[in-house]
Design a protein around this ligand. Structure first.
Ligand SMILES: *[C@@H]1O[C@H](CO)[C@@H](O)[C@H](O)[C@H]1NC(C)=O
Ligand SMILES: *[C@@H]1O[C@H](CO)[C@@H](O)[C@H](O)[C@H]1NC(C)=O
Ligand SMILES: *[C@@H]1O[C@H](CO)[C@@H](O)[C@H](O)[C@H]1NC(C)=O
Length: 276
C-alpha cells in the first residue's frame, strides 16, 4: 500500500518537472519557445494598439480645448462672495495686538497687490461702464487703489480698526469669466441685533464699479485685480463681549443672493466678537 503511494508521488513529481521544462519536446510550461514568442508578440501588438488609441483620443480632445476660456460654464454665472480676513469667526481682544494680528497681517498682505504705486501702472477706466476688450489681444486692467478704501486701507490706520474695536472686513466677489453684472451692484451688510448697527462702506455706498467687468480669465488677463468693498463695523460699547452675526449681500443687480442650497451665492455670513 505504502509502496503504491510512493510510486504515484514519484510520477506526480516527474510530470510536474516535465511541465516546467520537458527536455524531450523542448517545451517550457507546456509550450514551445516559438509558441511563447508568438504570444508575447500578440500581447505587444495588442497593448501597443490600445495605448495608441488612448493617446490619439486624448490628443483629439485636447485639440478642442481653448486656453483662454473654459469649455464648460454655468448657464447663468452667479459669483460667490468671500471676505478677508478669511475667517467665519472674527474673535479678538481689542487691547491685545497679538490676538488681532492674525486678522491684520493677512489683510495687509492681501492689499499689497492693490498698492497705489502698483495700481498706477494700470488703466484709468471710465467709471460706470463695462470695460469691454473682446477684440484686444492684450487685456488691460483697471486701477483699484487701496487708498480708495480710506480708513480700511491700512494706510492711515495700520490696525484696520481692530485696535479701536471697529474692525474692517473686505468683501469681494469670486471671479467669473465674462460676467457683466447688470444694474449698479453694491454690498449691503446687516447685523442681527436690536436696532441697526452703523457701518461705513468704502468705496462710497459699497459699490462695485462696472469698469472692473468683464474679466477675461487668468491667461488673457493676468494682472487683473478684483474690485473690493470694505465694511467698517462701527461697534459700540454694548456690542463688546457678545457674538454678533453679520450678513453681507450683493444687491442692486441681477446676481442671485438668496439661493437656499448655496449660502455663499451672492452673500456671505460671519460672526464677530470683540472683547476689551
Ligand atoms: C506697498 O506699500 C507699502 C506701504 O506703502 C510698502 O510697505 C510695501 O512694500 C508695498 N508693497 C509692494 C508690493 O509694492
Ligand atoms: C440693506 O438690507 C436691509 C435688510 O435686508 C434693508 O432693510 C436695507 O434697506 C438695505 N439697504 C440698502 C441700501 O439697500
Ligand atoms: C483683554 O485684554 C486685556 C489686557 O490684556 C485684559 O485686561 C482683559 O481681561 C482681556 N479681556 C478679555 C475678555 O479677555
Amino acid at each position: 500500500m505504502s509502496s503504491k503511494e510512493e510510486k504515484s508521488e514519484d510520477q506526480n513529481q516527474s510530470s510536474w518537472k516535465d511541465f516546467i521544462y520537458n527536455p524531450r519536446s523542448g517545451e517550457f510550461m507546456g509550450r514551445t519557445a516559438s509558441s511563447w514568442a508568438l504570444i508575447f508578440l500578440f500581447y505587444l501588438v495588442f497593448y501597443g494598439f490600445l495605448a495608441g488609441m488612448f493617446t490619439l483620443t486624448m490628443w483629439v480632445m485636447l485639440q478642442t480645448l481653448d486656453d483662454y476660456t473654459p469649455r464648460y460654464r454655468d448657464r447663468v454665472a452667479n459669483p460667490g462672495l468671500v471676505i478677508r480676513p478669511k475667517s467665519m469667526d472674527i474673535v479678538f481682544n481689542r487691547t491685545d495686538p497679538a490676538m488681532y494680528s492674525q486678522y491684520v497681517r493677512p489683510l495687509e498682505a492681501f492689499l499689497q497687490q492693490y498698492n497705489d504705486t502698483e495700481q498706477e501702472k494700470n488703466e484709468l477706466c471710465v467709471s460706470g461702464e463695462y470695460f469691454d476688450q473682446d477684440n484686444e489681444p492684450e487685456k488691460k486692467v483697471c486701477q483699484f487703489k487701496r487708498s480708495t478704501l480710506r480708513q480700511c486701507s491700512g494706510l492711515s490706520d495700520p490696525s484696520f480698526g481692530y485696535a479701536e474695536g471697529k474692525p474692517c472686513v473686505l468683501v469681494k466677489m469670486n471671479r467669473i469669466i465674462g460676467l457683466k453684472p447688470r444694474g449698479d451692484p453694491y454690498i449691503n451688510c446687516t447685523a442681527k441685533r436690536e436696532g441697526t448697527l452703523q457701518m461705513q462702506y468704502f468705496p462710497a455706498e459699497g459699490r462695485f464699479d462696472k469698469m472692473y467687468f468683464p474679466y477675461y480669465g487668468k491667461k488673457a488677463h493676468p494682472s487683473y485685480v478684483q474690485p473690493l468693498v470694505a465694511v467698517k463695523l462701527l461697534l459700540a460699547k454694548e456690542d463688546y463681549n457678545a457674538e454678533l452675526s453679520v450678513e453681507c449681500k450683493i444687491e442692486g443687480t441681477d446676481l442671485r443672493n438668496n439661493d437656499d442650497r448655496d449660502k455663499f451665492l451672492g452673500r456671505v455670513a460671519f460672526r464677530v466678537k470683540v472683547m476689551e
